[in-house]
Design a binder for this molecule. Structure first.
Ligand SMILES: [Fe+2]
Length: 237
């Protein structure tokens, strides 16, 4: 049973789904992909603007009602994707921004040019707040590309869960595919694959194709770990 822990399906609160119709299409697309659980990770920008709790919860409940009415085999969980900022960890600890599925994991992203010192600082701050950081799309950060040892450190020393986008896994396929991604996957440094779906076109949910590539290139066990075991661990910790 696949779960997708990074998905911008709640409409009208960030650059993800723009309206109810799109969100309903995204629900159906997720079901087609074999997804049974979605963590609805709208963007949170602590220090810049408050998390849009009211609209987020109202729209999430609307989608939950649709799932019930249509009897879709899918469960939605609350969450967000935190753009790292000072005090973000404290805000998550206090519940001012949502953790993943109301548990002790947080999905955290950085600007692509963020330096390594800042990522380590973030990992320490969330750990000190009693939260385990899930690093969103680890493939996006220049400092980790410059030195793969940093990815090892993030994964092994800081105990951060490393998430890769499904589209990157797909791009890693084949001899001329994304070398860095392939190396990270082969080394076992990627813990979870997620769609980071934003819409029904260029950034649609593609976790089924990702799963096929994982099985083919990295084996059935890796495919299951990245799309089922770790996501469920995060959702039900
Ligand atoms: Fe995202």
């Amino acid at each position: 049973m696949i779960a997708d822990i990074h998905h911008h399906i709640v409409y009208g609160v960030d650059d993800g789904s723009r309206d109810l119709e799109t969100s309903i299409g995204m629900l159906k697309k997720a079901v087609e992909n074999g997804v049974k659980g979605i963590c609805c990770t709208s963007h949170a920008m602590p220090g810049h603007k408050p998390f849009p709790w009211k609209d987020y919860m109202a729209h999430l409940e609307e989608l939950g009602a649709y799932i019930q009415k249509e009897n879709l085999p899918l469960t939605l969980f609350t969450g967000c994707e935190i753009l790292y900022a000072e005090k973000a960890a404290e805000m998550a600890r206090r519940g001012e921004i949502p953790t993943l599925a109301r548990g002790s994991h947080v999905l955290v992203e950085f600007l692509p040019i963020t330096d390594w010192v800042q990522i380590q600082k973030a990992a320490r701050e969330f750990a000190n707040a009693g939260l385990r950081m899930v690093c969103a799309h680890v493939e996006r950060y220049q400092c980790l590309h410059e030195d793969m040892d940093r990815l090892y450190a993030l994964h092994d020393d800081y105990d951060v869960i490393c998430q890769m986008n499904a589209s990157t896994v797909i791009r890693s396929h084949g001899l001329f595919g994304d070398k860095w991604a392939r190396k990270a996957l082969k080394a076992g440094l990627i813990d979870v694959a997620a769609s980071d779906a934003h819409d029904l076109s260029a950034r649609a949910c593609n976790i089924a194709e990702c799963r096929r590539i994982l099985e083919k290139d990295y084996g059935a066990e890796t495919a299951r770990e990245l799309t089922e075991d770790m996501p469920y661990h995060i959702l039900f910790d």
